[in-house]
Write a new protein. Structure first.
Lengths: 336, 919, 330
């Protein structure tokens, strides 16, 4: 067993972390323990099950994708949807990514596996080629989640981004075009090229305040960069020391009747702007795959609450009652 | 604190702690991209780095007449960048100033000086010559061995066995002074560079007794008609080409007369697509029209030319004093005076007591035939030179020459009208014309055209190239007489060029084109060798400075072998490894453009004398030394060697000086060589040389080195002009002394001379300007000519990576697309160019600008850029022009204004596609 | 916003490439920019540099960006040739000095080639740099807002701290004058030499132009040559105005010597076809050329011409007016 890695100095999580590690240690004896999803508080209907298990250990998770430790970590398949809201989105098929997460000694590691038939590395002798890349995006806890597309002004997200043939960098963003490199400690990465795709481990220091992650992948062969990527919806994670669960209950609540929602969608002619080929408003073909119900409800009830950059503020506030808004959101959640 | 509240409050700060950097709305503000422009300092810092911490001045000393002042920036002792000084004063509000002089070659020198072909250490050959086996040696070892072998040679084979030649890579007065002074003290052989590289204007010499005549190029701006004949000024006169585009905007008609449509044709009002080598026919047709239409300035030709001179109809000789009187003079000539109705001697000729062109009461007749009583009483039928010249021109009506020249008669007539009609017209003769045998005649005919139309002085006239008169240099560069050798003829003999001439031209062909067969030409050459004042003799030891002889010379492989053979010692002093240094026994690394003090002011395209002052604190590259220091160290080494041998002063009977009121042979005293070289220590280094020049050259007065160091130049004074004063506020024109002060020209007739009654000229039908066919043989279908390149000054900078990236990285020939297609050659294909002289390989570039019957290549690619190191001159035959082998007639005897040319454009070739791997 | 503009006189450009190398030694001889020529001179007609830039898309289609292609380093820009001098010149054997990899293309690849048939072939030189457009497609295309136009002089810059090398700007620029630097992963371009301008020195390409072909001044400076040539005399035109980016680099269109008829008689027709010039500079090129010819004729007849004197520029310094016009901001 490798010697415990010292986590970067963090003012308060250390003590707390130790306390939890004690518990974790006990559990570890019984095999890799998992943080379990808490019960969604009463009052909400069917919960949205977007949750990534994190294997806990006392030692730092391995950086080597082939480390046998990963075999013990449960696999979660996560669909990555072509980004439709960004100009020049890639379109095309949904990408099936598999994620394994392990936490130990204040560090989180993600082992990501995804198919990519062509290997596209950074090419220092080419001006027209792009490298395969992947990223994980972190959101703090709260009642709601920041916009999944790189956060919103005033609602920062943190990002680790790796590109093939290069290293990983730590970034933060508060909306489209705001990506900024963080001066702090950078995440580590190790990638492995298989016959069919990539296996990548990203590792770095993460605090318990992180409540959700989203994943993205770029394919060099289709000039993947910026918004030309495939991304997942926010996935809840529960790290030791995280606040009591369930604060995202409202955000996750799925109520309403998709069928009725579909009729409302047609009646109000939403498709005129949010058609499959785009228009004044963002495409919604993958809306359900990428967004949480809460976000959809907000953007129906108050379009101005957060507007996707690059789209004009022409969306009207529709005369809908809360039930109808639930129905519409429920319908949109079926779009994947 | 209640935990939930705490966490809520610390969410962002928690992120910050986990990922570093405060995530505040401020960053969202930055994210909008406006506002923070601090990053712009990046490029500001880069500019500061190129400006560096020290600055000097420089020009780029090479065989370019541009002579441009540059600022040289350095940082931490290394040159970072150069930029034109652009500080030349405007001479007149209505004449565009000369800024910013400079070009694509000068601007890459900061890279060139540090490029990997730079010579950094003395190298000694350890294998066969040219095989590339080198050993790095110390300066001390190299100089000691070289000195020993030089003294051996001087003792064993005599003073003439040494040649110290500074080639055209260094033409400045500062850096050139070292080799000249050393050679002069030793009495070594030296070539006339202009002749060695084929840049003599023999046509101008015939007419004026001067090879280089013309204007400062700002005179273009004043001209209303400009003929650019065989010159691609937009490529070879880059710093002055703006005077052409500005002249066009000023209303000038610009004619570009070249076989190919080039960068100069592009800016001209009219391109004249003359077929390669047929220019003399065009020139004679131009004369034809001028005579036919009476476009003649009679007053001018009466006084300023020999056109009124009487020619004997029986012998074809000029009527001389000795024809009329016993013991009469050979150099007094006659006109037919209308007033007295008799033959009268013309004033101002060589033999006439009156040294003025003023005709006084004489009114010379231009046309007619008369009879004059000879000394024996017999009547001599006479006519005028004008009659002879006109009769010759009558043979070439434009309608008749069009099929040869490809120039339409209408165009010739327009040329004639615009030439005659312009108040100021300038006819520029490029270096291309004299690469043909007929060039002499083309240039002479062009001079006649200028004379007929009265273009001289302020009205313009012929322009080969203007040079300034920098007197006062003698004591520095030539303290003792040296052995001057003819440039073209020494190369001819030393390179055994007759062999490739025999291969390429048949007897019948030579007879038909030149009027002489091989045997006759050989006899002529042998006579020249014995009768000419030029020194001949193959050197045994060669000290070569900045001369790329093995790139430049024709029949490359053949020449190289003959040249190397019989050399006991070959030392090449150079700043880079060129195609000649590759074959040396020793290669000595010299400083380059920015590294040693230098001065240049003889170039007459503008009136400024530039200075090179290295940036303070410049670190030397390797162990390079200035030419002056190299010569000084060599002199010291030779003195040590002479002392070691107890060698007495060597008398040099070929040169006499007066000692104790007696003519005595000049003494060559090696024991005093070191002291003599530095003038007893007064000239220790390159800086001292430049300071000496500024103090002793009258044309530079009153300026001091400190004045020159302000902007990198000083302005020459009125004394700089040869044939006219250099006025402070006017462009320079030739012949104002002759046209306005009536001073005689340095010719036999004392005038612009258009009749030469030398027996050979008469025999070849060249007594007056005439047309001569191209000599190139028909055995190979394509005329091969190699005009100056835009991307080098001859071979200087030819191998510069920065410039090669602006070309195609390797040599290529220019082919008309149809010519290429008919041979299955496509764009970029590797090709082999060949004839019975030799072959070379390059790539093809297809250009609509190139005439179908030609293969063109911009010149001076280094042989080492080609397969097997065989360059473009490998397919060029040797050739001599009989017209340039005349000596001992009037003003036609060996001197800087009368020497011959390498005839580079008289060979024919064929081209074929070759397989890729062969290149 | 004040806008600094440049006029390049194609009748004065002799294709000597001094500007190309002035720019290179000032900015692009280092740091992964070696292959870049922020300013270059290509021979027209031709595929140009980068190869085929005219057909690589970009620019505006009304108010929408037209899609564009990214030029390829080896095939479209050309890898800057490197040489093994040591092997060719200092080692045994006769290996020729050649590029280590043969050049496929370069900034001046088609030098003097042009078009047409002898003796009526034609070509002219076309210097190109960033046009610092008034309606820059690159700026609009950047998802990171890393490109901005300076308020004080209208210079368009790529913020080297914001740029992440997405290259939407490279595709969007219809002149293909933005270069991706694969070594540092960012895009770079002509700066209009703002660091020189800030020291009162004109752009390297303009100040060092030995043909004196470039005028630099603020477009709204009534005394500036740029205003005079563009707005008053209308002899300076933008390249490919149909691209919709509103360039601020203008060109005085090229005159050319006449073509010859079948007998070799010079006709009155210029050898550069009017159609070709209209493609490049739009329909306004005809009046521009007519104006030039009329004013030259006036000079030839011994008359005066303010336009010709302006284009002649009697002093090198007359070509540049870098001071912001009164009333110009900031």
């Amino acid at each position: 067993m490798s010697t415990p890695r010292k986590a970067p100095r963090r003012r308060w999580t250390r003590g707390l972390g130790r306390a939890l590690l004690g518990a974790g240690l006990g559990l570890a004896a019984a095999g890799a323990p998992l943080t379990a999803p808490g019960p969604i508080p009463a009052g909400a209907e069917a919960p949205l099950d977007r949750w990534l298990p994190v294997a806990l250990a006392e030692t730092a998770p391995p950086i080597d994708p082939l480390d046998p430790i990963w075999d013990a970590v449960p696999v979660t398949p996560i669909p990555l949807y072509p980004q439709a809201t960004a100009p020049d989105g890639p379109g095309g098929a949904v990408l099936a990514l598999e994620a394994r997460l392990r936490w130990g000694d204040g560090q989180l590691a993600l082992r990501l596996t995804w198919p990519d038939p062509t290997e596209d590395l950074v090419d220092r002798r080419a001006t027209h080629r792009f490298a395969d890349a992947a990223a994980v995006q972190f959101a703090p806890g709260g009642e709601t989640l920041p916009y999944v597309g790189m956060g919103e002004p005033g609602r920062p997200v943190a990002i680790w981004r790796w590109h093939a043939g290069g290293t990983a960098e730590g970034l933060s963003a508060q909306g489209f075009g705001s990506l900024t490199r963080d001066p702090g400690p950078q995440p580590e990465s190790r990638a492995l090229r298989t016959g069919t795709g990539w296996v990548l481990v990203l590792r770095g220091a993460v605090g318990p305040e992180i409540a959700a992650v989203a994943l993205a992948a770029w394919d060099g062969v289709e000039d993947g960069r910026a918004g030309r990527k495939r991304l997942s919806a926010w996935q809840r994670i529960d790290l030791p020391g995280a606040e009591p669960r369930g604060r995202l209950a409202v955000e996750a609540k799925t109520a309403g009747d998709p069928a009725r929602g579909g009729q409302l969608f047609a009646r109000h002619g939403c498709g005129a702007c949010h058609g499959p080929y785009g228009g004044p408003g963002p495409q919604l073909i993958h809306a359900g795959g990428i967004h949480w119900p809460g976000y959809l409800r907000r953007s129906i009830a108050a379009p101005e609450s957060f507007r996707v950059p690059g789209f004009s503020a022409v969306m009207p506030v529709l005369p809908l009652n809360p039930g109808e808004i639930d129905d519409l959101a429920a319908y949109l959640m079926t779009l994947r | 604190m209640e935990r939930r509240a705490f966490l809520k409050g610390t969410t962002y700060c928690g992120l910050a702690l986990a990922f570093g950097g405060p995530l505040t709305p401020l960053r969202a503000q930055e994210a909008s991209g406006v506002g923070n422009r601090a990053w712009e300092d990046r490029y500001r810092r880069e500019l500061a780095d190129t400006l560096g911490d020290a600055m000097g001045f420089a020009f780029h000393c090479s065989n370019c007449q541009g002579n441009c002042a540059w600022k040289v920036h350095a940082k931490d002792g290394r040159v970072t960048r150069e930029e034109q000084s652009a500080a030349y004063p405007q001479i007149h509000p209505r004449i565009p100033d000369a800024n910013p002089r400079g070009c694509n070659k000068g601007i890459v020198h900061s890279k060139q000086m540090a490029q990997a072909d730079r010579l950094r250490y003395p190298l000694k050959r350890t294998g066969e010559r040219g095989a590339g086996h080198w050993e790095r040696v110390t300066w001390e070892a190299a100089l000691a061995d070289i000195a020993t072998r030089l003294v051996d040679s001087l003792q064993g084979h005599g003073l003439a066995s040494l040649m110290v030649y500074c080639g055209t890579g260094i033409l400045s007065q500062g850096r050139r002074a070292g080799p000249l002074r050393l050679g002069s003290l030793l009495g070594a052989q030296r070539l006339y560079p202009a002749s060695a590289v084929g840049d003599m204007f023999t046509g101008a010499s015939l007419a004026y007794g001067l090879a280089t005549v013309g204007h400062s190029l700002d005179a273009w701006f004043e001209a209303k008609t400009i003929l650019l004949w065989g010159i691609n000024a937009a490529v070879t006169r880059i710093p002055d080409a703006h005077y052409l585009t500005e002249a066009r905007y000023n209303g000038a008609r610009i004619y570009c007369i070249t076989p190919e449509y080039n960068a100069t044709a592009k800016l001209a009002s009219q391109w004249v697509p003359v077929k390669a080598g047929t220019d003399s026919y065009l020139a004679l047709s131009l004369l034809h029209v001028l005579f036919r239409d009476g476009l003649i300035d009679k007053d001018f030709v009466r006084e300023q030319t020999d056109l009124p001179f009487l020619v004997r109809a029986d012998t074809g000789d000029l009527l001389r004093h000795r024809d009329l009187r016993d013991k009469g003079k050979d150099d007094v000539f006659y006109c037919w005076d209308q007033t007295s109705g008799s033959a009268q001697p013309m004033p101002g000729t060589r033999g006439h007591f009156k040294k003025s062109l003023r005709l006084g009461r004489l009114s010379p007749t231009l046309e007619g035939t008369w009879e004059v009583a000879g000394k024996d009483g017999a009547l001599i039928p006479v006519t005028t030179v004008l009659e002879r010249a006109r009769a010759e021109a009558r043979r070439f009506p434009p309608e008749a020459t069009q099929s040869l020249t490809g120039v339409h008669p209408e165009l010739v007539e327009r040329l004639a009208r615009d030439l005659a009609g312009a108040e100021k017209a300038i006819v520029n003769i490029g270096f291309s014309l004299h690469k043909y045998v007929s060039g002499t005649m083309t240039c002479w005919a062009a001079a006649l055209a200028c004379a007929l139309t009265g273009h001289a002085g302020e009205r313009g006239g012929l322009d080969t190239e203007n040079n300034w008169s920098l007197g006062g240099i003698g004591p520095l560069a030539n303290p003792k007489p040296a052995r001057f050798a003819s440039g073209f003829f020494s190369e001819w003999m030393n390179g055994d060029m007759a062999e490739t001439m025999r291969r390429h031209y048949s007897d019948a062909h030579l007879k038909a084109t030149l009027g002489l067969d091989h045997a006759e030409l050989a006899t002529l050459a042998a006579d020249y060798a014995t009768t000419s004042d030029a020194w001949f003799g193959k050197p045994r030891a060669l000290l070569l400075f900045a001369d790329n002889s093995l790139q430049r010379n024709k029949s490359q492989a053949h020449y190289r072998q003959a040249f190397i053979e019989g050399l006991d010692l070959f030392v090449d002093v150079n700043h880079r490894m060129d195609s000649t240094a590759l074959w040396a026994d020793y290669v000595l690394p010299a400083k380059s453009q920015y590294e040693s003090w230098d001065l240049r002011g003889e170039l007459g395209y503008h009136r400024f004398c530039n200075i090179t002052v290295p940036p303070p604190g410049l670190r030397p590259i390797g162990e390079t030394k200035s030419e002056w220091e190299i010569c000084r160290l060599l002199a010291e080494a030779m003195t040590r060697e002479a002392e070691r041998r107890g060698l007495a002063a060597i008398p040099d009977p070929d040169f006499l000086e007066t000692r104790d009121d007696k003519a005595a042979p000049v003494m060559r005293d090696l024991a005093r060589l070191a002291a003599d070289f530095t003038d007893q220590g007064q000239l220790p280094d390159d800086e001292a040389v430049v300071r000496w020049l500024m103090a002793h050259v009258p044309a530079i007065a009153p300026w001091t080195p400190e004045d020159a160091m302000r902007h990198g130049f000083v302005t020459l004074n009125r004394e700089a002009g040869f044939t006219s004063p250099l006025y402070a506020n006017r462009p320079f024109n030739s012949f104002e002394h002759n046209v306005y002060l009536r001073q005689p020209y340095p010719t036999l007739s004392g005038r612009q001379q258009f009749y030469v009654d030398h027996p050979l000229y008469k025999r070849l039908g060249c007594a007056t300007p005439t047309a001569m066919a191209p000599v190139r043989p028909a055995g190979f279908p394509l005329a091969f000519f190699t005009p100056h390149t835009r991307h080098g000054i001859h071979s200087q900078w030819r191998a510069n990576a920065g410039l090669l990236r602006l070309q195609r990285g390797e040599p290529y020939v220019w082919l008309n697309p149809a010519t290429a297609r008919s041979r299955g050659i496509g764009e970029g294909d590797p090709v082999r160019v060949f004839n019975d002289v030799g072959a070379f390989q390059a790539r093809a570039k297809l250009m609509a600008a190139i005439p179908p019957a030609a293969l063109v290549m911009d010149h001076a690619w280094e042989p080492f850029q080609f397969r097997d190191r065989l360059g473009l001159n490998n397919a060029v035959a040797g050739l001599l022009s009989p017209l340039e082998l005349v000596t001992g007639w009037g003003h036609l005897s060996f001197n800087p204004n009368w020497d011959g040319n390498m005839l580079a454009f008289e060979s024919s070739v064929e081209v074929e596609k070759v397989a890729e791997e062969q290149t | 916003m004040s806008q600094l503009g440049m006029v390049i006189d194609l009748n004065k450009c002799i294709g000597c490439q001094t500007c190309t190398l002035a720019c290179k030694s000032q900015w692009t001889d280092r740091a992964g920019r070696e292959f870049m020529y922020w300013n270059h001179v290509e021979t027209a007609p031709g595929q140009g540099y980068p190869r085929g830039w005219r057909t690589a898309g970009g620019g505006w289609d009304g108010d929408r960006l037209r899609p564009g292609r990214l030029p390829r380093l080896e095939e479209d820009y050309g890898i800057p040739a490197d040489f093994d001098f040591a092997a060719a010149l200092f080692q045994p054997g006769d290996r020729p000095l050649r590029p280590l990899e043969a050049m496929q293309w370069g900034p001046n690849w088609e030098e003097d080639q042009g078009a047409g048939d002898f003796p009526n072939g034609f070509f002219f030189y076309l210097p190109r740099l960033c046009n610092h457009c008034t309606h820059p497609a690159c700026l609009a295309a950047c998802p990171r807002q890393a490109i901005y136009k300076r308020e004080e002089d209208g210079i368009v810059l790529i913020d080297q701290e914001r740029c992440r090398g997405y290259r939407y700007c490279v595709a969007a620029c219809p002149y293909k004058k933005i270069y991706f630097n694969p070594l540092v992963g960012r895009s770079e371009k002509c700066l209009f030499c703002y660091p020189r301008l800030e020291r009162g020195i004109p752009q390297a390409c303009a100040y060092q132009c030995v043909g004196r072909a470039r005028h630099v001044a603020y477009l709204d400076d009534p005394e500036g040559a740029v205003h005079q040539l563009v707005q008053v005399w209308r002899v300076a035109l933008p390249l490919h105005p149909e691209y919709g980016t509103q360039p601020n680099v203008y060109y005085v269109p090229p005159l050319s010597p006449p073509v010859f008829d079948a007998d070799g008689r010079p006709s009155g027709e210029p050898r550069i076809p009017g159609d070709y010039l209209r493609q490049l500079f739009g329909p306004a090129v005809e009046t521009a050329l007519a104006t030039l010819q009329a004013e030259i004729a006036q000079k030839a007849a011994g008359g005066e011409s303010a336009l010709m004197d302006l284009l002649i520029a009697y002093r090198h310094g007359d070509l540049f007016r870098l001071s912001r016009p009164r009333g110009g901001r900031p």
